[in-house]
Unconditional design. Structure first.
Length: 218
């Protein structure tokens, strides 16, 4: 346990102190980091693990559902253009109904799964990959600093991270943004935040659609 992570004003991504109050919506208090521009729920208001798992279990994500596949294809299609035949990947935070391994498996790519609740396979985190897919997961990170460092360690040189998350583009619309209504959505990324992440790890960053960024590891 890191005591400084209980400081409600310390950024959980870049570690900078003094994040200013940004908004209070339905009793939930959000702050904005002045360094990396992350917007985050105060740590004391994050759901505990049991509440988080219960919420995820309500998601009916069926790998065979065409609509769900179309949704995820926003991240996987741009990635496919960049993968060499036989590339190996990881679905990081795959959830209870992992569709990405099925979708990419049909295209000839081997994809393993890892999720802290539904696929806690330590072996999957003990190796490296040509690509990591992280769809609708990054907004749940209580410790985005540790999570992105872990992903960096999972990527081989020349590897790709396909990240899909709701990108906060319009601060004035924050209070009415449906994305903040899920209790387990606790961190939100501005475009500047994603640029900060790329600089932090020496990655390239290519926007690949409304809420998709492809990070490349040199």
């Amino acid at each position: 346990m890191h005591p400084h992570h209980d400081d409600p004003a310390r950024c959980p991504l870049c570690g900078a102190p003094g994040a200013a109050p940004f908004a209070t919506v339905r009793g939930r208090r959000y702050r904005r980091c002045g360094t990396c521009r992350l917007t985050f729920l105060e740590p004391a208001q994050r759901p505990d693990a049991a509440a988080e798992r219960a919420e995820y279990a309500l998601h009916t994500n069926d790998p065979a559902d065409p609509r769900y596949r179309r949704f995820l294809a926003r991240a996987t299609d741009p990635l496919l253009d960049r993968l060499a035949p036989g590339a190996e990947g990881l679905d990081f935070g795959c959830g209870p109904g992992p569709a990405v391994p099925a979708m990419l498996g049909e295209r000839g790519f081997a994809v393993r799964t890892w999720d802290p609740f539904f696929a806690p396979d330590a072996d999957a985190l003990a190796r490296t990959y040509d690509f990591v897919v992280c769809t609708e997961v990054a907004e749940h990170f209580h410790r985005p600093d540790a999570a992105f460092a872990r992903i960096d360690g999972l990527l081989r040189p020349g590897g790709w991270l396909a990240l899909m998350t709701g990108i906060l583009r319009d601060d004035t619309a924050f209070a009415g943004w449906p994305y903040i209504r899920e209790a387990s959505h606790v961190v939100f990324y501005r475009p500047q935040t994603l640029d900060w992440i790329a600089r932090r790890f020496g990655w390239t960053a290519e926007p690949a659609g409304t809420d998709v960024v492809l990070f490349g590891k040199p």
